[in-house]
Design a protein around this ligand. Structure first.
Ligand code: GLY
Length: 293
């Protein structure tokens, strides 16, 4: 049976429903994650992914995405890319059509256009309004992230899938709201935001990228599963390590999620509440996790 995970309450629901629909139509493991993230990126109501997400400190939207396939450890990623959608498809093109793992900024955009993608304005009136609020309040990006109560900051959509011993992972985000131009977080970084290895399982992350990247969060979860930990045990151990080694992560939401080779899923969060959708075949369920600190 195919299992799919998707992060956060609102974008996660849209993403997992699209992923399941793609699976039922015969899509492969990576196809279904690409379909899920494509839908979430296109919805202007989600403020941390794709169209309508929050721009950098100069009012420019810069997006990141990544994909990884556990069979051969192939991966593709793009970071700090403007004007294109779906970013997850661009990351997949880097994996499938180049000899590289990551393309960045203007050159990633140029590659996307060469591959047939059409630039578009991804800013919405709501994103412009929030940006103006940010300017009026003269906050730093980190202070803004800390003050947000209504939606989790950096609420990247990260998706994982497993079927018959095969694993894939993918992630898409606009990163930290109002970040310094050129800032890149964990999501497009293989080992930080995602990791997949058919010999061990797959993992992903969402939340404050600066903290998650510093401990190579996703690779750490996969390495613990390789040594026999369940997905839940591995996620918990990595979040405990994160709060110990990067104390600032106690104040922010930092999440890891995983699928192991024994058929389990798991997740853990530093602080606050995290919501995850789980699809097992056609059946979709929803779980909430609470911070360990
Ligand atoms: N996890 C998203 C970011 O920090 O960019």
């Amino acid at each position: 049976m195919r299992t799919i995970l998707s992060t956060w309450k609102r974008p996660g629901k849209a993403a997992i429903e699209a992923a399941v629909a793609n699976s039922l139509a015969g899509g492969g493991l990576l196809d279904c994650l690409e379909a899920g993230l494509t839908v979430a990126e296109a919805d202007p109501d989600f403020i941390a992914i794709g169209k309508g997400s929050l721009p950098n400190s100069e009012g420019v939207l810069e997006l990141d995405a990544s994909v990884m396939v556990g069979e051969d450890l192939k991966a593709g990623a793009v970071c700090a890319v403007q004007d294109l959608l779906p970013m997850v498809s661009l990351a997949r093109m880097v994996m499938e059509r180049t000899d590289h793992v990551m393309l960045a900024g203007d050159q990633a955009r140029r590659f996307g256009i060469e591959q047939g993608m059409v630039p578009q304005d991804l800013m919405t009136d709501e994103a412009r309004r929030r940006y103006q609020d940010f300017l009026d309040n003269k906050q730093s990006a980190m202070a803004y992230v800390h003050s947000v109560e209504d939606q989790p900051p950096c609420d990247t959509v990260t998706m994982l899938a497993r079927e018959n011993g095969k694993f894939v992972a993918a992630s898409s985000t606009s990163g930290m709201p109002f970040k310094k131009p050129g800032r890149v977080g964990d999501s497009p970084i293989v080992g930080a935001g995602i990791y997949a290895d058919d010999e061990a399982g797959c993992a992903g992350a969402t939340g404050l990228g600066e903290a998650l990247w510093r401990i190579s969060a996703s690779a750490k979860v996969v390495e613990l599963m390789r040594k026999g930990a369940t997905a839940e045990e591995a996620c918990r151990e990595v979040v405990e390590f994160l709060v110990k080694r990067v104390p600032k992560s106690r104040e922010y939401q930092c999440v890891v999620l995983a699928l192991d080779r024994m058929g389990n899923y798991g997740a853990a969060i530093t602080h606050g509440q995290y919501e995850m959708y789980i699809a097992e075949g056609e059946s979709i369920t929803y779980r909430e996790y609470h911070g360990i600190v």
